[in-house]
Design a protein around this ligand. Structure first.
Ligand code: NDP
Length: 434
């Protein structure tokens, strides 16, 4: 804490991982040697830069840009770019730290990184968004490259923003290799990448449910958020026979007791992805109930899928979900549950998966996009989807292998942390003190 003042999210993420690792390291003391843990919690490089651009009124706007290159032990730095007013060093360091373990869990050769800016895309014109993305990329391009660091999207950065940034990086570097993932299909993107995080989260939850002889068929499901991850979590849960009763955004929650349908999801996607509107606009169009300022966790469900942002589900929310009989919680977002909430789920015997396991399908498919770019090939949808499913099943199996406790219960928190750690740690130890 002394070395990282004012970084509560980073300390929260490190604390959660270290609590899982202590018992494992006590049994395997070689992992406490060579300053391994001290090196693992220190990013290899932090780049902070000015992003200045001109808005539609001719005013100069100044924002702060970041790229955290956390760990390269098993491959090039890899992780998304986030544009949101809440972005700061702490948030991005936590995300880059988590990303390192998540990427290891996918078994693909990717290190961990994250970046972003405190720029708020809401209410900006399309031309302003493009100028900001170009200004951001005009510094970022110095630090990225197919074998160095390959960014992607995250909150506030979708296909449109990735396209603008990739375009600028290519122009400045005069190279056409894989500078971003999540690209459009016309310039090297992969099929299933937009769907991958949401689909992967549901695939993972399905594997969890199977361990109790259950499935999504007939389950009531709540989803938070209404962006990229949330939309495709809704879609896949519906395809597997579930009734999805909520979505949300920072303005409130939509509760629809009739459940989502493909037609309603198409309306949500139009409102969110084309009009950049609010879930209240969606509720007004479909007649669903809108609860301003509320989160979805008071709604009784069997499965909860938090897909919005960090710390959106606290201990009180967890206790409400438990009291209402929740069976499974799988995180589509990064660290949406507070440490206390996660502990409450585990203590109550709820199947609970931390984001670094259950939302790894997004980066896994980004890894597949990098492979396709390197091969100069594009795989069909079915092939990418099948690989995604296989990777999610592999991560689930790794969690069971490393997360089984003495009493026979599985802690997916411990499983994900230890499995990811072992891979990164072995690679770091083999490469000496660097
Ligand atoms: P989007 O920008 O597409 O959507 C974000 C959603 O979360 C929006 O509904 C947004 O509402 C809501 N949200 C954001 N910040 C807040 C907040 N402070 N309070 C309440 N709601 C908020 O982002 P993604 O769907 O891509 O990302 C969602 C989560 O998933 C993030 O935690 C991200 O790190 C994680 N993730 C994403 C991956 C990907 O492939 N995209 C991969 C792995 C993890 P509003 O519109 O009101 O801001």
């Amino acid at each position: 804490a002394l070395r990282n003042p004012g970084q509560p999210e980073f300390l929260q993420a490190v604390t959660e991982v270290m609590e899982s690792l202590w018992p494992f390291i006590a049994q395997h003391p070689r992992y406490a040697e060579h300053g391994l843990l001290e090196r693992l919690v220190e990013p290899e490089r932090v780049v902070m830069f000015r992003v200045s651009w001109m808005d539609d009124h001719g005013q100069v706007q100044v924002h702060r840009g970041y790229r955290i290159q956390h760990n390269m032990a098993i491959g090039p730095y890899k992780g998304g770019i986030r544009f949101h007013p809440s972005v700061n060093l702490s948030v991005l360091k936590f995300l880059a730290f988590e990303q390192t373990f998540k990427n290891a869990l996918t078994t693909l050769p990717m290190g961990g990184g994250k970046g972003g800016s405190d720029f708020d895309p809401k209410g900006k014109s399309p031309a302003e968004v493009m100028r900001f993305c170009q200004a951001f990329a005009s510094e970022l391009f110095r630090h990225v490259g197919a074998d160095t660091d390959v960014p992607a999207g995250d909150i506030g950065v979708g296909g449109r923003e990735v396209g603008y940034m990739a375009g600028m990086v290519k122009k400045l570097s005069n190279r056409a290799d894989c500078v971003f993932t999540g690209k459009g299909l016309s310039f090297g993107g992969s099929l299933i990448r937009p769907e991958a995080t949401g689909y992967g989260t549901v695939y993972f939850a399905d594997e969890m449910l199977k361990t109790r002889g259950k499935s999504f068929e007939g389950m009531r499901v709540s989803v938070s958020g209404s962006g990229n991850v949330a939309q495709y979590a809704v879609e896949k849960a519906m395809q597997l026979g579930a009734k999805v009763v909520t979505v949300s955004d920072s303005s409130g929650t939509v509760v629809d007791e009739q459940g989502f349908t493909p037609e309603k999801l198409a309306v949500l996607m139009e409102v969110k992805n084309q009009q950049y509107g609010r879930v209240s606009d969606y509720a007004a169009r479909t007649g669903a109930k809108f609860e301003p300022g509320k989160r979805p966790w008071h709604v009784p469900v069997d499965v909860a899928l938090p897909c919005a942002t960090q710390n959106e589900l606290d201990e009180h929310d967890a206790r409400t979900l438990i009291a209402n009989g929740v069976v499974c919680v799988a995180e589509g977002a990064n660290m949406p549950s507070t440490i206390e909430a996660a502990k409450a789920f585990e203590a109550a015997g709820v199947l609970y998966a931390p984001g670094k396991a259950s939302n790894a399908g997004g980066v896994a498919t980004s890894g597949l996009e990098m492979s396709q770019n390197a091969l100069r090939l594009a795989w069909p949808r079915e092939e990418v989807d099948a690989r995604l499913l296989q990777i999610m099943r592999g991560i689930h199996a790794a969690c069971l292998q490393y997360g089984r406790r003495a009493d026979g219960r599985v802690s997916y928190i411990d499983g994900a942390n230890v499995a990811g750690f072992v891979k990164v740690a072995d690679a770091m130890l083999a490469q000496g003190v660097v």
